[in-house]
Ligand binder design. Structure first.
Ligand code: AHG
Ligand code: MN
Ligand code: MN
Length: 336
């Protein structure tokens, strides 16, 4: 019964009543979902409005920016400042903290990756946005990066928008994971995937195998055993995927299970890893754990990593619990 569906706004209001909140949280989530709708619209219009190609600029991490990296960042900064709920924001595309003017009462901090998987834009493969919400610590200066440097376990909300064959918004406030699909005609997200859960076992793994020569022994062992299939020690055949959009990979894992790895290797460990802790790894780990999965660096629960820098990188292994725990055990066995 499509007309009996509930909207994301109604879902948030129900949560607010359940938790006895003030409404600030519902208001700030509304700003995020408006931003995601706008980014979705721009991703969809693509080359028609010049949203493909390169922007001709580089970000703080020396990555070449795409027009949609810049546009999505501007949309997020603008839409989320309007409600006055955030004391400050931080983004993959900005070196420093972004102060929110006129929000002296803002109690929250917003971190985001405005456009994840941006190498996929021009080839029309799924991209996304990732966000993480933290409380402004009592007495902290919101314009200092220190206020943001809280471990992932302190997130109050995390989510992503997936701009795929349909646009979806998936989020957690620490009470399970729910997924909403955008109805473009109505302009609203509707609850389509209540209580998303990740199966504990899987036959599917995701890793960028072009880095195999740099892998550490436990990762090499894990992947070799998967590749050996039925005849190997795992006794079953595995399938492999690599989209190069973390949002799309995590979404696949939420729908049908799997393990995603961007682990430490001898090359990327010089920078701490590949993916960014504060606006990629932590929010995705919160979602995955809330859906019954696990997330680790290989050596430590990811959400317990103490942050020291806004743009810090970290090794990431997440997804179906039994597989993630197996790979953690392989790390322990070699004492790494
Ligand atoms: P971003 O587009 O925000 O820079 O993130 C890209 C990330 C992540 O989404 C993906 O899993 C990974 O980088 C892809 O890396 P490779 O290009 O090494 O496959
Ligand atoms: Mn990203
Ligand atoms: Mn990005």
């Amino acid at each position: 019964m499509p007309y009996k569906r509930i909207t994301l706004t109604h879902f948030l209001l129900q949560e607010q009543r359940r938790l006895g909140g003030s409404g600030a949280f519902t208001s700030l989530m509304n700003d995020i979902l408006t931003a995601c709708k706008m980014v979705s619209h721009e991703v969809n219009r693509g080359a028609l409005v010049g949203n493909h190609g390169v922007a001709g600029t580089v970000n703080v991490q020396d990555e070449e920016q795409k027009p949609l990296d810049v546009l999505a960042n501007d949309i997020f900064l603008h839409m989320n400042a309007l409600g006055g709920n955030y004391a400050a924001m931080a983004s993959e595309e900005l070196e420093d903290v972004h102060a929110v003017k006129g929000s002296a009462d803002g109690k929250y901090l917003l971190l985001f990756d405005p456009l994840d998987g941006s190498s996929n834009i021009d080839v029309n493969i799924s991209v996304g946005s990732i966000f993480s919400i933290l409380r402004l610590p009592e007495g902290a200066d919101p314009n200092s990066a220190n206020a943001f440097l809280q471990p992932g376990v302190q997130q109050v909300c995390a989510g992503y928008a997936l701009y795929g064959s349909s646009t979806m918004l998936v989020l957690t406030t620490g009470n399970g994971v729910n997924g909403f699909t955008l109805d473009r005609d109505v302009g609203m997200f509707f609850l389509t995937h209540p209580n998303m859960t990740i199966p504990a076992d899987t036959k599917e793994f995701a890793i960028n195998a072009s880095r195999a020569r740099f892998w550490e022994a436990p990762v090499k062992r894990y992947v070799d055993e998967c590749l050996a299939g039925k005849e190997g020690p795992r006794g079953k055949d595995f399938n492999m995927r690599w989209v190069a959009s973390m949002v799309a990979e995590v979404h696949r894992i939420l729908i049908r299970g799997g393990i995603f790895m961007y682990p430490a290797d001898v090359e990327n460990i010089k920078k701490g890893g590949k993916l960014r802790l504060m606006y990629e790894a932590n929010p995705m780990s919160f979602i995955v754990e809330q859906a019954g999965g696990a997330s680790t660096t290989g050596r430590q629960r990811l959400m317990e990593v103490p942050p020291t820098n806004l743009h810090q990188r970290v090794p990431v292994i997440l997804g179906s619990k039994n597989e993630v725990e197996r790979l953690e055990a392989y790390h322990r066995e070699v004492g790494e």
